[in-house]
Design a protein around this ligand. Sequence first.
Ligand code: C2E
Ligand code: MG
Ligand code: MG
Length: 426
Amino acid sequence: MHDLSDPVTLPAGTVLFEEGAIGHCAYLILSGRIAIFRRRDGGEAVLARRGPGEIFGEMAILDALPRSAGARAEADCVLVPVDAAQIRQRLAGADPILRLCLEGLIARLRETLPRLGPASAEGLQAPPSPSARADFDATVASLAQERALRRALARDEFALFLQPIVRLATGRLAGFEALIRWHDPERGLVPPAAFIPAAEANGLILAITAWVIDAIGRIVPRILQAGLRAPASVEPSLFVSFNVTAQDLARADIPGLVDAMLRRTGLAPGALKIEVTESALMQDPAGAAAALARCRAAGLGIAVDDFGTGYSSLSHLSTLPITTLKVDRAFVRAMLAEPRDRRIVQTILRLAEEIGVAAVAEGIEGRAEAEALAAMGCALGQGYHFGRPMPEADALAAAAAWNADAWRVGLSGEADPGRHGFHARA
Ligand code: C2E
Ligand code: MG
Ligand code: MG
């Protein structure tokens, strides 16, 4: 399949586009030389030359008018196309003053173009400065990343791994968090930190989240089925949570996607929980609140992820339809050694208690942390101690064979659930 964003190699002499053509792409020059030309009165004038590290053909994309000149390879060239949607996505995130500058520059260039004389034979600019070159290289890298992610979607290279969430006081399996992985044929298993930020920058996150919701619809019925095989050790309200970003809430119809998936699969909405980080909630509080309210009304749980790192105001928190607070891993990790972190965890647990939502401690790596958290009244725990994120087949086996007795904590002599004035939520 030809991908519009694949690099193009162009033998010397090839005309890439003619004046008056409709522009679909601008091009970054990796190597070679491009002449920008106009034909008039049977002759041809070269208006400019562009070389490695430069872009050309961008005007028709930015002002949506036909090409103002043609482009021809003067030497063998390798070009990276940037299509109109990619440019629009980046402009949408740019400072409005920059956008105005660009539009102004293009309008002025269009005005002066008819008066431009031919470019000299040595019309190539001086080589780009190191900082311009670094910008150019970063642009080429981000386009390559975007191309790779598009392909990953087309080839279905993503997978959801599942990590157990355990009720500390009983050891019963309460749920799983679904965490995305990318099986890159070249790099192997790629963690989300290596591609979710890029997907947010180039807008592909929306397509990735749509894929996640679709995959959730396939996986969750199997998980619930597996959990039924260990009724004493798996809670009947077993749930699976999945992660969405601020951009998803602002620009994708998450409630609509979830609703369509629920109808397609017949899944009970109560088996699903949406996780959104505290910092994402802060980016567009009103928009996020509206989207989450619709999801909550449909019956899904709403968890605030990485709580304690995002500076949300308590008044704002009270306007969100939250069902769960997830205590950020950083506090849990430091809790045993640092009294300050322990107090932060206690404060978050008390806050959850006050606003009537469940608390999940993330990043529990050892039994000592699990016991301390249970003693502080934390209802649910997640972390390597109980299980790493695992492929679906392993998660199905884990659910079917879950042994609550092996994971129960907080009932030993040292644990003292009453000490802090509240108890583990039932
Ligand atoms: P998160 O939602 O806070 O997920 C928890 C992360 O902590 C996971 O990293 C998990 O593997 C890791 N973790 C769990 N227990 C432990 C532990 O005991 N010790 C340590 N050191 N780490 C632990 P992961 O899977 O690499 O995901 C990182 C982040 O990427 C997630 O943080 C989430 O924000 C994002 N993410 C994951 N999947 C998706 C997705 O499908 N969509 C979106 N938009 N973001 C996702
Ligand atoms: Mg999460
Ligand atoms: Mg988290």
